[in-house]
Structure formats: C-alpha cells, structure tokens
Design a protein around this ligand. Structure first.
Ligand code: CUA
Length: 175
C-alpha cells in the first residue's frame, strides 16, 4: 500500500514537473516586461501559500495516523517460534501448535534469502515471509484448522531449494 502511494505521488510530481516545463516553453516567446508578469502572477502568491500550507497539514495528518508501522505493536501477546533458514533446511524451535493460538514466527537466515511459506494439506499458502540474512522478519499468524502443515521455500536459493521442507502439526483447540 505504501508502495502504491509512493508510486502515485511520483507520477503526480512527474506530471507537475512536465506542466512547469511546458509553461516555461510556451511563455518563452512572450514579450511582456518583468513588471507585467510579476503583477499578474504575484497576485496569487498569498492564496497559494495558504493552499500549500493546508495541503501539507492535511497530507501529514492523514499519512501519520497509521503509525507506528510495526506490525507487532498491533498484535496480542503470542507464542514465539524461532525459525532459522539455511541451505537447505528449516530449523524451527517448535513443531506443535494449537488451533487458534496466536503465533509469532521470528524468521532468520544463516546464509542467503529464503522464502518461509506455510502450506496447508491442500497445498494452499496460509502465510509467508522472507527469511533474510542479518534480519529478523516477524510473521504473526494463527491457524484455524488443525492438521499437518508444511513449510516450503519460496525463494530460489540453490541446487537443493526444492528440498527445503519442514512439517509441523496444529492440534485441535483447547476447550
Ligand atoms: Cu531456500 Cu529456496
């Protein structure tokens, strides 16, 4: 979503820049004196100032409201699962969970980028996050369905990429 916003803002700014260039080109043949141009254009400076100020305040307020960005700040306390990826295996600190249990996967990599992707028994991806050397990426998830789940690597990471498979079990919820 942030990327989309950045993309549209960039497009708008490119458009504005283009308009400025076109205005300069189209007025380059004008023979009006400096005084005439200043009188005509400076008349709007006051209004323009308040317009930019208002736009700045509104845009700043709207874009700062979703902060903090940290996903963990919006989640209930969860059981922490340490995940270490390496060529070509997954090392998970826990292999048994309860349905409905809030989980926090802390995903790291020993070597290169891997893709930590959790598949259910129908091989549908339920959650995924990148495993990157030097970073701890946090994935919050809780499983609705009890059963066997598989972790497969989603990022090509070498000759045995397809062998990076781990399994874990989700037990029925405690009632
Ligand atoms: Cu690890 Cu592909």
């Amino acid at each position: 979503m942030t990327q989309d916003i950045a993309w549209y803002v960039t497009l708008v700014l490119i458009g504005l820049l283009t308009v400025v260039f076109l205005a300069v080109i189209s007025s380059s043949a004008s023979t009006a004196t400096y005084e005439e141009v200043a009188k005509r254009d400076y008349a709007h400076r006051g209004k323009l100032f308040w317009l930019i100020l208002a736009a700045g305040v509104i845009i700043t307020t709207v874009t700062l409201v979703p902060w903090p960005h940290s996903a963990s700040a919006r989640h209930a306390p969860a059981r922490v699962v340490e995940v270490m990826a390496a060529q070509w295996s997954w090392d998970m600190s826990e292999q048994e969970f309860r349905a409905g249990e809030p989980l926090e996967f802390r995903v790291q990599s020993k070597d290169v980028n891997h893709g930590f992707a959790i598949y259910d028994r129908n091989m549908t991806v339920r959650a995924q996050i990148q495993a990157m050397p030097g970073y701890t990426n946090v994935l919050h998830h809780s499983f609705e369905e009890p059963g066997e789940y598989k972790v497969l690597c989603m990022e090509f990471c070498g000759v045995a990429h397809h062998n990076m498979i781990a399994t874990f079990t989700v037990l029925p919820a405690n009632n």
